[in-house]
Write a protein that binds this ligand. Sequence first.
Ligand code: SF4
Length: 185
Amino acid sequence: MLFDLLERLSSLTRVWFRQHPLLADLQPIQLSALLYLARCNRYSNTPLAVTEYLGLTKGTVSQSLKALEAKGLIVKTQDVADKRSVHLSLTEPARALLDAVMPPDFLVTATTRMGGQAQALEGLLSDLLRNIQRSENVPGFGLCKTCRFHRQTGSGGFCELTQEPLAPPERELICREHQLAETTE
Ligand code: SF4
């Protein structure tokens, strides 16, 4: 039953995206890559991380990233420390596009109608995801502020893994190195 509900909601989302006039030129995988890059942190914006997050083959993701670059929606920059590594970031037109279509209208309308129940549902779905991540060998990709390496500081946060400070907005991004803390905020 739960699986049927999740499947139905994800197919409704796919249909909504496919029919949106602003998204007519984007294939679903290209949109998924853009959505991921809009939410991930600076340690997680590499082609490999996009591949792991989407759970697709390297070749498929590589073609999609090339297409996004050709459309002027992402740019590649070389890592300052490791010249073989590249980082991907969204361009202004890509950010404007996502701002215009996210979150989907149908979801906003429905959750507004549900009021407090929608917040409770979000909490329960987060619990479900954490539960799956705890018991299955799946890549992290969790919210930075819920990571066991995250320490809150007066100016934002600090990553105990990379030993680097984190700006306040970075606490709200997802990270491929994330590991669940025993208790979360
Ligand atoms: S604290 Fe965890 S989630 Fe945040 S940047 Fe460090 S490893 Fe990633």
